[in-house]
Structures are given as C-alpha cells and as structure tokens.
Design a binder for this molecule. Structure first.
Ligand code: Z5A
Ligand code: MG
Length: 195
C-alpha cells in the first residue's frame, strides 16, 4: 500500500451503467474473470448493496413492499453508497481495481426521470452514489435514458448493449484495460460533479 501511495499508482474505478436488463451484471462477471486472469487485483461490487440495513429498506421499496417519498429514496440510495465510500477509497488507493455495477449516475438518472431536479439530485448527496420491480416500465426507462444522455461526460465510454454478449465483452475489455493502465500510471482520484 505504501509503495502504491508513493508512486500515485492506484486501482481503477470502473462503473457499469445502463438501462434495466442491458447486461451490466453479466459483463461485470466477465470483466472480473478477465482482469483476474491478467493478474490484476480486482473486486466486483454492485449498488444498491442490499445487504446493509439501508440496502434492505431500498430493496423493500423496489419490490413495492413499502412507500417512500421520492426525495427520501434518493437519499437512501446515496446513503447506501456513503456506507461503502471509505472502503472504496482505501481499496482504490491500495491498487485494487473495482468493477461497480451501477453507481451515482443511476442515482441521478432514476430520480431525475421521476421529476426531481437533476442539479438537486447531484448536489443533495453525491458530492464529497420488466418484470416485478418498481422502475421496470418502458416509458419510465425512456426518461431514464434521457437523463443518462444529460449526465454523459468525457469520463464515459459507451458500448452498444444490443450487440452480441461476446462483442460487448470484447469492447469492454479494451476500454477497461486502457483505464486500468492509466490509473496504474498515477491518474489522481477525483470527485464527481465537483465544479
Ligand atoms: N437505482 C436507483 O434508482 N438509484 C440508485 O442510486 C441505484 C439504483 C444505484 C435496481 O437495480 C434498481 O435500482 C434499478 C435502478 C435503481 N432500477 N430498476 N429497475 P439493479 O442493478 O439491481 O437491477 P437492474 O439493473 O434493473 O436489472 P438487472 O436485472 O440487474 O439487469 P442487468 O444487470 O443490466 O442485465 P443482466 O442481468 O446482465 O442481463 C439481463 C439478461 O440479458 C440476462 O438473461 C442475460 O443473459 C441477457 N443478456 C446480457 N447481455 C446480452 C446481450 N448482449 N445480448 C443478449 N442477451 C444478453
Ligand atoms: Mg444487474
């Protein structure tokens, strides 16, 4: 850890974002095996993390078993990321690459698609995370897609999830390897939406 900190070398934070059922979890597993196979220290995480107390409240909300104000559930998703924040930073600084299945971009995209102000969603909590579940409806997913387009910035790499799973996997490997190498060379950690 000390050697890494002296050289500035660190693990990469790889966040997989996309609409429901777009293949994020499938690609997280494949990417984990790929980077492990190359000998990189790497872990796979996902948000919401349903194992914590906050995560269980989120899970119950998503399953339509409880009702919460839109602002309150936004803050709970964010709290769920803050619960893991210092562990995340320690892992990255000690050289472990993290593949994260959904992160703060989901938080902002889903809440703003419900009508909350996008700047409030970013500021409220982040500076300093077709079937039975609540959000799985086509019209709502279109709104989420529009929010993702607004959030898109230079740190994003977009991969077409309509492609065959093997092609998505290959493109992702190229993008991620580039990112892992840049971080190993000492690209500093920065905050989301810090300006
Ligand atoms: N949410 C939020 O509102 N605020 C927040 O801050 C956060 C999240 C963090 C739960 O998320 C909900 O929480 C989510 C956003 C909201 N809204 N919804 N709904 P989740 O991550 O637990 O669940 P999800 O992302 O909606 O769905 P998912 O089931 O995890 O989908 P996925 O991971 O993207 O896809 P997958 O499981 O890898 O693949 C789905 C199927 O497609 C599967 O059968 C695969 O074998 C198949 N597949 C995968 N890739 C392909 C390709 N390329 N071609 C064909 N078939 C494929
Ligand atoms: Mg998933």
């Amino acid at each position: 850890m000390e050697n890494n900190q002296r050289s500035g070398s660190r693990g990469a934070l790889i966040v997989l974002e996309g609409l429901d059922r777009s293949g994020k979890t499938s690609q997280s597993c494949r990417l984990l095996s790929y980077l492990e196979g190359l000998g990189h220290p790497v872990e796979s995480w996902r948000f919401p993390d349903r194992n914590t107390g906050v995560g269980q409240m989120i899970s119950s909300y998503l399953a339509n078993k409880s009702e919460l104000d839109d602002h309150a559930i936004h803050l709970l998703f964010s709290a769920n990321r803050w619960e893991k924040r210092s562990l995340m930073e320690n892992k990255l600084r000690s050289g472990t690459t993290l593949i994260v299945d959904r992160y703060s971009f989901s938080g902002v995209a889903f809440s703003s698609a419900k009508g909350l102000d996008i700047e409030w969603c970013k500021k409220a909590a982040e500076r300093g995370g077709y079937g039975g579940e609540r959000y799985e409806q086509l019209e709502f997913q279109r709104k989420v897609a529009r929010s993702y387009q607004i959030l898109h910035d230079a740190s994003w790499k977009t991969i077409d999830a309509y492609l065959p799973i093997k092609d998505v996997e290959k493109q992702l490997q190229e993008v991620v390897l580039d990112c892992v190498t840049t971080c190993q060379k000492g690209k500093p950690l920065s905050q989301l939406w810090s300006s």
